[in-house]
Design a protein around this ligand. Structure first.
Ligand code: GDP
Length: 195
């Protein structure tokens, strides 16, 4: 669906660096190490595409990819980097807030949650910010291949309960494994189907 037409466009560090909002876009958010780069690579069929955005210096930028001529895929910086200096954290939080609140062409945010761990405090924060920004978000559970069936119900219940508290949340979750390919086609279809 996207393969062959996905390109890294640019890394954005300030609002005036955003490309013109002339097409629909989706963004991906998640705690560091949640599997965001792996998922973007699996989605786009381009190995190591998102690795560029994971290298030091790129990690606190909003990274734009083109999906053909009609969509942008936006990779938000991973959060939960408690060790970063406060001014760095504050600068990125301000950029994130302005981006989410001001990007008219943003159709949906995908909030990635590690299926093994469920919703953490940092995820709650981002969901609240999405509520306040009125950006519809959909939870994507990652690393589904690492969760045993007998453990999955408990996490699913926790995530469902968390989602239920957020007005901007889309009720359906997507279960994915970048390793095994589960959920990737579903997610592609969701992105392609957004107007
Ligand atoms: P990011 O920091 O959110 O971009 O996370 P990465 O994509 O770099 O992944 C973090 C770690 O989780 C890496 O060691 C990946 O190999 C691993 N990982 C990511 N996705 C999956 C998955 O679907 N299944 C398994 N088993 N491991 C995964």
């Amino acid at each position: 669906l996207f393969a062959g037409e996905v390109e890294f466009l640019k890394g954005v560090v300030a609002m005036d660096g955003l490309p013109p909002d002339d097409r629909a876009e989706v963004c991906f958010a998640g705690r560091s190490n949640v599997g965001k780069s792996s998922l973007i690579n699996a989605l786009t069929g381009r190995k190591a595409l998102a690795r560029a955005s994971n290298t030091p210096g790129r990690t606190q930028e909003i990274n734009y990819f083109t999906l053909g001529a009609e969509r942008y895929l936006v990779d938000l910086p991973g959060y939960g980097f408690a060790n970063a200096p406060l001014p760095v954290v504050e600068k990125w939080q301000a950029l994130l807030k302005n981006y989410l609140a001001g990007r008219a062409s943003l159709r949906r945010a995908f909030v990635l949650i590690d299926f093994r761990h469920g919703v953490k405090a940092a995820d709650e924060e981002i969901m609240k910010l999405l509520d306040r920004s009125a950006v519809t978000f959909q939870v994507v559970l990652t690393k589904a291949d690492k969760v045993k069936d007998k453990d999955s119900e408990k996490v699913l219940a926790q995530v469902r309960a968390a989602i239920a508290k957020h007005p901007a949340a889309y009720p359906e979750m997507v279960l994915t494994s970048s390793e095994k390919g589960d959920g990737i086609a579903t997610l592609r279809a969701i992105i392609a189907g957004l107007d």
